[in-house]
Write a protein that binds this ligand. Structure first.
Ligand SMILES: C[S@@+](CC[C@H](N)C(=O)[O-])C[C@H]1O[C@@H](n2cnc3c(N)ncnc32)[C@H](O)[C@@H]1O
Length: 271
């Protein structure tokens, strides 16, 4: 097993996943198509509904924020992102948009009944500090819900075009922008350590079928992270192209990375 490279000094949205690059909003939407029903069901099961003031951290194209308003009927959603170009395009009653960096020491947009962050913390440094910070933004009785990717390409997974490229992707993204999913399974204990109660978690792994939204999401993600993948030395252009064809071939027979969602409640009466 090779040693993990040092986390990169670059940032999400700069060298990789630039919001201004054509199709980046569509890439985020493929992920949303895969997971939004599940996320909404969990948020509603946790009580999100009328009267709730919510914070969606790293809201991306805003699909979860809008569905919280339109389907769950929450009172308001503050959708925060470093780049709000996708959020600004479709205003919805109750949706407030804030361009801000959640890692900034002065990020303090208020107190919320729900604080939600999906596919964001895995790309950011100082996760423990950030989780504690997000827990601070939850009002007593409210919930913090975190979702991020769980990688299932373990050392035992067979060497296929898919697993080779997935491993190169995680290593390349870690070196380029600091993405690290290795600690995602420890979310529940981190939420507990942040003082939250009723902590629990679930994992959803979507089927990797040709042409499915998750396959399109990975194909697009690989295309955008090709340079960091090549820089690992694990793959060359031919290997990435082979994986793209493999993904679409009907013979991929692999496990996608999944979404781990973990949540915890701020005890009532706690400030
Ligand atoms: C993979 S997208 C996820 C979008 C959305 N949460 C979803 O699940 O569909 C990550 C989002 O986090 C935003 N982001 C990354 N770093 C951030 C930071 N430091 N502060 C605020 N937003 C950030 C990106 O701009 C991007 O919109």
């Amino acid at each position: 097993m090779t040693a993990a490279p040092d986390p990169g000094s670059g940032r999400y949205g700069e060298a990789v996943f630039r919001p201004g690059q054509a199709g980046e909003g569509e890439r985020i939407d493929y992920g949303a198509l895969v997971y939004d029903d599940l996320t909404l069901a969990r948020l509603r099961a946790l009580g999100a509904g009328p009267g709730w003031r919510c914070l969606d951290v790293g809201a991306g194209t805003g699909t979860v924020s809008r569905r919280l308003l339109e389907e769950a009927g929450v009172s308001s959603v503050l959708a925060v992102d470093r780049d709000v170009r996708f959020l600004a395009t479709r205003p919805v009653r109750g949706l407030e948009v804030l361009e801000a960096d959640v890692t900034a020491p002065d990020f303090a947009p208020g107190r919320f009944r729900l604080v939600h962050a999906r596919f964001v913390l895995m790309h950011l440094p100082e996760r423990e500090r950030l989780i504690a910070r997000l827990a601070d933004l939850v009002e007593p009785g409210g919930v913090l819900v975190l979702g991020d990717a769980v990688d299932l390409t373990s050392d035992r997974a067979p060497e296929t075009p898919y697993t080779v490229v997935m491993r190169a992707m995680w290593e390349g993204l870690r070196a380029a922008i600091g993405t690290d999913v290795s600690w995602v399974p420890s979310y529940p204990s981190l939420l507990h350590d942040a003082g939250l109660t009723d902590v629990a978690a679930e994992i959803h792994v979507p089927p990797l079928e040709p042409g499915s939204p998750i396959s399109r999401f990975w194909a697009d993600t690989w295309r955008r992270s090709r340079q960091p993948m090549l820089a690992t030395g694990r793959v060359d252009d031919a290997a990435v192209d082979a994986a793209l064809a493999h993904l679409d071939s009907g013979t991929c027979a692999a496990l996608s990375a999944g979404l781990l969602t973990a949540w915890g409640r701020k005890p009532a009466g706690e400030g």
